[in-house]
Design a protein. Structure first.
Length: 199
């Protein structure tokens, strides 16, 4: 599943550029962060009252990459999606994204009917239109749950109720594709079940 609004791009963010270039100032900053993380862990283990985890924060799990939210990091709001304000990509940008997408999908080697493109609703980009154009060009599947009545926190990120509704509809619509694209267990001659693999 790819959130294609946009996804296929050769533009590099400044933090990514800093990491790739590995200049001394970046490496020094990285070393300080690593050192402080170890100091922070030692202090919190020694006295849990010093680190009560009561302040709102957000971070990614080192184990599986999942986002962890502590407290209401962002106040729950209901900002309606402003569809007239949405912008889209030019035909030239769509063509460039499609070319990159072709290269990536060819390298992955996955059946394109097992690749699903979508666009998360927001007020700034016509994510549905962009993903629809890319899916048609790349010959992949696409899923676009209804956006009527959805609200955001800030015009970009869906609030909790809308995110749960939209993602629930997405997973439901994607279930047939998952069932088709994940092979059933393979039995060898002795009747021992093999491991299910993706086509």
């Amino acid at each position: 599943m790819i959130n294609a609004d946009p996804f296929f791009s050769d533009k590099i963010s400044q933090p990514a550029r800093d990491a790739l270039e590995g200049r001394p100032a970046f490496l020094w900053r990285l070393a300080l962060k690593l050192i402080f993380q170890r100091v922070h862990r030692a202090v919190c283990l020694a006295g849990s009252y010093v680190c009560p985890e009561s302040d709102p924060s957000i971070f990614r799990s080192a184990r599986d990459g999942e986002w962890n939210w502590i407290g209401p990091y962002v106040k729950e709001k209901s900002v309606p999606i402003d569809r007239p304000a949405q912008t889209t990509m030019t035909p030239e940008e769509i063509a460039a994204a499609s070319k990159l997408g072709d290269q990536i999908l060819d390298q992955i080697g996955l059946d394109r009917q097992c690749v699903v493109l979508t666009g998360t609703p927001n007020s700034f980009l016509d994510s549905t239109g962009i993903a629809m154009a890319l899916a048609a060009s790349l010959r992949t599947k696409s899923i676009f749950p209804p956006v009527d009545g959805l609200s955001t926190l800030d015009g970009i990120h869906l609030n909790l109720a809308s995110a749960e509704r939209w993602s629930g509809q997405f997973v439901q619509a994607m279930t047939p594709t998952l069932q088709k694209c994940i092979s059933p267990p393979i039995h060898n001659r002795e009747g021992v079940a093999g491991v299910a693999t993706a086509n």
